[in-house]
Design a protein around this ligand. Structure first.
Ligand SMILES: Cc1ncc(CO)c(N)n1
Length: 229
């Protein structure tokens, strides 16, 4: 029988290439070195606001699974913390959009974003196991934590106006929250049958692929020539 403790750590090693693609994307590196094209940043911001609004019902669905099937009552607090931070995040997106004069209501949803949101919907189905959903949830948060924490590491040249964005996901408290989700996922995976673990591993890989596509979006034409056709 396969040793299952610390499953996430094993998958991070096994899929390191994909994890690095998702957490060291050129867009993120350009924020870190100060060379980011602000129009790309604005595209990302407008699309991420749409994503975050879709992410809320997904997190709520993870909460429902936890309340029905989790063997540890503390899971609820961790997930509730996630919902609370999404509440702040939505406010922050609105403020940031007004700072950059981005009209959030008229944004055309990019295909990559739509695909990612459809993937989230598929994970909301009641038949998706808690272990699978919590693994995906952790991965989604961890990519942003890892990416933006990297932006804040030594010798960064993040411009003043993007500091706050990096701190939003790169701060230590968010890091701690991601580690709590990782611990929950590890605990669930340890107890899950092999076929459920296999599904969680696939969900983890899919999240990373969607995250790469999401970053890619920022340097493609959004809302202009491509979307008008
Ligand atoms: C695309 C994407 N992934 C992860 C997060 C983290 O909440 C986010 N805001 N957007």
């Amino acid at each position: 029988m396969e040793e299952k403790s610390g499953m996430i750590g094993k998958w991070l090693k096994k899929h390191l290439h994909l994890y690095v693609a998702a957490t060291r994307h050129n867009f993120v590196l350009s924020i870190r070195d100060g060379s980011v094209d602000l129009s790309n940043f604005k595209k990302w911001l407008a699309q991420d606001y749409i994503f975050v609004r879709e992410f809320v019902p997904f997190v709520a669905s993870v909460m429902i699974k936890a309340s029905k099937t989790s063997d540890d009552k503390n899971d609820m607090e961790a997930i509730l913390g996630g919902l609370t931070s999404l509440n702040d995040e939505i406010d922050w997106f609105k403020q940031e959009a007004s700072k950059w004069s981005i009209p959030l209501s008229g944004t055309i949803v990019h295909k990559a974003n739509e695909n990612y949101c459809m993937f989230l919907s598929s994970l909301m189905l009641p038949e998706v196991e808690y272990a699978v959903a919590i693994t995906a949830f952790w991965a989604i948060e961890a990519v942003y934590q890892e990416s933006f924490a990297h932006c804040l590491e030594e010798d960064n040249k993040v411009s003043q106006e993007l500091q706050e964005t990096c701190k939003r996901w790169g701060n230590e408290k968010f890091g701690h929250y991601c580690r709590s989700l990782q611990n929950i996922a590890n605990r669930c995976l340890e107890k899950a049958p092999d076929h459920v673990c296999a599904r969680a591993e696939v969900a983890f890989q899919r999240v990373l692929e969607h995250e790469v596509e999401f970053w890619n979006m920022s340097h493609e034409g959004v809302g202009k020539s491509i979307d008008i056709v």
